[in-house]
Design a protein around this ligand. Structure first.
Ligand code: APR
Length: 248
């Protein structure tokens, strides 16, 4: 079936049900200039996550991890929302969308105007001190500080307020995400490979509770042939631009 026809069908479903919850990953921010993690230009092609993205490595060698963080956030801190973020915010405003559950830490959903955003992996717009729990806005000036920014209270290394591998996800965020997945009629998966747990389990739960699964992705993901009812293959910005014309 051609993409345009699929998008029209999805719009009809959304108009009928209006109980949509979105689940987003790095792919939605690629058109904002932020590389995804996996795939040819992915961040993990440049930095082995085993060596750079585990909390145990950060605690042992913050200077090394801050090399990757500087690279990642020098783009993320100045990125702007793209059409996909903006259309999701508009869908919430117009009552189609209940909430966004995101794995992203770039804050672009909030910057696009979305109000209900559940951040499963934290928020990279803040830095925290693991020793005294001081939390400050992550500013571009912090990227200039070698070998890493330190807490003004206790001089320990600051860390972006994001979940590293080996750290638990914020319990409240996970509980909210499951409650939303349970009650929605349409679960809209955008730009995620679906390989990192426990976040990746949530679409399976939504499906088990009867949600229709719509997936927007440039390529097939681990969900496509298992869960997805409507697969809108392409760039999120372009697909949401087309979808918005049927909704608004
Ligand atoms: N439009 C839509 N989808 C896209 C686009 C685009 N322009 N570009 C890439 N994609 C898709 C890819 O096909 C892939 O399925 O986005 C997905 C990106 O996958 P990942 O890089 O694995 O990102 P994500 O699924 O969000 O990773 C989950 O892994 O490393 C951890 O904590 C990190 O939150 C992250 C988690």
């Amino acid at each position: 079936m051609d993409l345009e026809k699929l998008i029209r069908e999805v719009a009809e479903e959304i108009n009928k049900n209006k109980e949509v919850v979105a689940f987003t990953g790095a792919g939605i921010s690629v058109e904002s200039g932020i590389p995804a993690f996996r795939g040819s230009q992915g961040l993990w092609e440049k930095y082995d996550p085993e060596e750079y993205a585990y909390i145990s490595v950060f605690l042992r060698n913050p200077a090394k991890v801050w090399k990757m963080l500087r690279d990642m956030f020098s783009i993320a801190l100045q990125a702007k929302p793209n059409t996909a973020h903006l259309v999701l915010a508009e869908m919430e405003k117009k009552g189609y969308l209940k909430a966004i559950i995101t794995q992203n830490v770039d804050g672009l959903h909030q910057e696009a105007g979305s109000q209900k955003v559940i951040e499963l992996h934290g928020n990279g717009r803040f830095l925290v001190c693991l020793s005294c729990h001081n939390r400050v806005p992550f500013l571009r000036e912090h990227l200039e500080i070698e070998p890493y920014p330190v807490c003004q209270t206790c001089q320990k290394a600051l860390k972006p307020d994001v979940v590293f591998f080996g750290e638990p996800l914020p319990e409240e965020a996970l509980n909210s995400a499951y409650a939303l997945a349970k009650s929605c009629k349409i679960f809209l998966i955008v730009g995620t490979s679906g390989v990192v747990y426990p976040a990746a389990q949530i679409p399976y739960y939504a499906k088990s509770k009867g949600a229709t699964i719509v997936e927007v992705n440039l390529w097939e993901s681990s969900y496509t042939y298992k869960l997805t009812d409507f697969f809108l293959k392409g760039k999120a910005g372009e697909i949401f631009d087309k979808l918005s014309k049927y909704l608004f």
